[in-house]
Ligand binder design. Structure first.
Ligand SMILES: NC(=O)c1ccc[n+]([C@@H]2O[C@H](COP(=O)([O-])OP(=O)(O)OC[C@H]3O[C@@H](n4cnc5c(N)ncnc54)[C@H](OP(=O)(O)O)[C@@H]3O)[C@@H](O)[C@H]2O)c1
Length: 240
């Protein structure tokens, strides 16, 4: 089995869903995993599952859009592990803001900022140690909504589309310095992000979060002479 032994992976949104599954799978490959999210109980539970399976896991409770909290999380990680080899920028939330004509400006900006600011801030904080060691990998978890239009999701979609261009610019800036930058754009994945109640697409037809985690793991294990640049991953039956 290909290995990530000796590598340290910081995963934002690592408490549940795609981030938690990615943490488990990277730990199975030997990486030391550092999970960041706001809900301490979920971080503890995911880290405990990883450790119970023989993996190495740490966690920090932080909001990715809070620069000082993220600086502390990154510094603590470096203090414990000495380096960060992999960053999975995964924290995010889906928020319908309704049709543009009737959307609330405050909610619109909150949704845009909440899905974009952490991607920028976390990347900015993790890049210096990666560039110093001349090696690193960054996977940005974006969305099909960043590449295709869905009515009612304008703010979320704009954040994910901006994340895609951010990924492209970042790759231009750092690829020559040994840092590989990739984006994954999933369609609907069966996680808590959809909430409860009516109007949710059929969960049975969504992608399993474990599958997205498996694909992210494969992206990270791609031989060093290539990069899976931008990957659109849709449910087999094609919803979303
Ligand atoms: N599920 C889908 O259909 C789907 C499709 C395409 C793309 N995505 C993207 O995949 C990523 C993960 O989503 P998911 O489906 O796994 O959702 P999820 O189950 O709701 O998990 C989201 C994770 O992100 C964390 N998070 C959210 N905002 C945060 C913040 N400001 N600071 C720190 N952590 C934060 C959450 O923890 P706390 O709330 O405790 O902070 C949680 O651990 C998101 O970026 C989402 O946009 C999801």
């Amino acid at each position: 089995m290909e290995t990530l032994a000796g590598q340290v992976a910081l995963i934002t949104g690592g408490g549940r869903g795609i981030g938690a599954e990615t943490g488990k799978q990277l730990a199975q490959r030997g990486a030391t995993v550092v999970l960041v999210a706001r809900t301490q109980a979920q971080l503890e539970a995911t880290a405990a599952q990883i450790r119970d399976s023989g993996g190495k896991a740490h966690w920090f409770a932080a909001d990715v859009s809070d620069e000082s909290a993220m600086r502390e999380a990154v510094q603590c990680t470096l203090g414990i592990t000495g380096n960060i080899d992999i960053l999975v920028n995964n924290a995010g939330f889906i928020q319908s803001v309704g049709l543009i004509k009737s959307s609330d400006p405050a909610a619109w900006w909150r949704t845009l900022e909440g899905n974009l600011k952490g991607l920028y801030l976390t990347t900015r904080l993790v890049l210096p140690p990666m560039l110093e060691q001349g090696r690193g990998q960054i996977v940005n978890v974006l969305s099909v909504a960043g590449a295709r239009a869905f009515a009612g999701l304008s703010a979320y979609s704009c954040a994910k589309a901006a994340g895609l261009m951010f990924t492209r610019v970042l790759a231009k800036e750092v690829r020559k310095h040994g840092v590989r930058v990739m984006a994954i754009l999933p369609g609907a994945v069966d996680t808590a992000i959809w909430g409860e109640g009516e109007g949710i697409p059929d969960r049975e037809k969504m992608i399993r979060p474990e599958t997205v985690a498996q694909i992210i793991t494969q992206m990270l294990l791609t031989p060093a002479d290539a990069a899976i640049d931008e990957l659109l991953v849709l449910p087999q039956e094609g919803i979303l």
